[in-house]
Design a protein around this ligand. Sequence first.
Ligand code: PMT
Length: 398
Amino acid sequence: MKIILGVSGGIAAYKAAELARLLMQQGHEVQAVMTDAAREFVQPLTFSALTGRKTLTNMFEVEHAIGHISVAQESDVLVIAPATADLMAKLAHGLAGDFLSTIYLAFTGPVVLAPAMNVNMWNHPATQANLETLRRRGHHIVEPESGYLACGMTGPGRLANPETIAAAVARAGAKRTDLEGETVLITAGPTQEPLDPVRYISNRSSGKMGYALAEAAVSRGARVILISGPVSIPAPRGVELVPVQTAVEMRDKVFENLEPAGIVIKAAAVADFHLSKVPDQKVKKTAARITLEFDPTPDILAELGRQKGDRLLIGFAAETQNLEREARRKLETKNCDMIVGNLVGGDLGFGSEDNEVALALRTGEVISLPRASKREIADRIFDEALKLRFALQAAHGR
Ligand code: PMT
């Protein structure tokens, strides 16, 4: 791979030399780019010697007319290690005052950021907000490690070790095509169940988890049919979007589109109850209190479980307690191959950028995935789903 190694100015800049060496050893071409502040800590010559290429430091020193564009266009992955608080703020806000930040804006491939800084700077709400912005942009963040820091304090802020960063680069740069030829049907978002012509009940699902799954599946080569309740986020490029409002509509569209699907993922938060007879007219405020009687909606996942055939069926479980137990119970009762259990409440689950989930598999295994962006979780779900399908096929001698 052709890798741009950005180095910004922190005490950990010297460790980037080790990363450069490791990436070269793994057979990559590495182009180092240093900020002015980084050069206060390490000499460009160190990186030039390790990479066999002149380290870029100045916007105006590249032979080609538009240096930052050509460097950006020729490379597969941009990794910045260490990424200082200052650099992350620039990246988050699109400031492009030096060579590294202009390359960042001109680069369209995967970006890996390995932050390193003082613990208070790391914990500062401004840094965390910038980090959140960068995470939401889909960048891979290699979390700093906790420990004794050069400033004498102890806590998170130490640059992750070069092997960990190199592994993140390899993952980010791997062009995955393992879903090529596959049709993936995904449901996402909430449903809205009308109470009368102007009112409805719904839930807090933003659609982010389901849309992240759709984006991951498209990027891995799948045809994706995304059946979505009402959300305010754009559909990922390349998906076939089927918008719906109610649980009944979602059920109908799922079964209309089921035939070509080899993998079905039910990330939608479907209402469990609805008014089966919705009044034609707006309900007037004539009484001090009203009582509504709800009927159950169709359980789409359970119905899919009965008709799944050879398909891989993945459901979600949003729980506030007993996550693993509930995930296993739903796996059995709904005849799924995998249940993605998320502990909702706190700052995770509905509407959040990150998620932390436990995957209950048909094989009996439970895999915990630590907190990560929903996009990263989506890729891990597909990784495990493909392994599971392989294991199930092997078990059935297919
Ligand atoms: O959309 P986000 O803001 O990103 O939030 C993500 C999420 C929390 C909504 C998502 O990750 C999630 O957990 N989705 C499932 C929420 C849910 O409805 O859980 P449940 O335990 O009530 O349902 C279990 C499973 O049955 C789900 O796969 C659901 O799609 C399915 N179901 C539920 C009811 C119903 N009538 N039909 C169904 O198919």
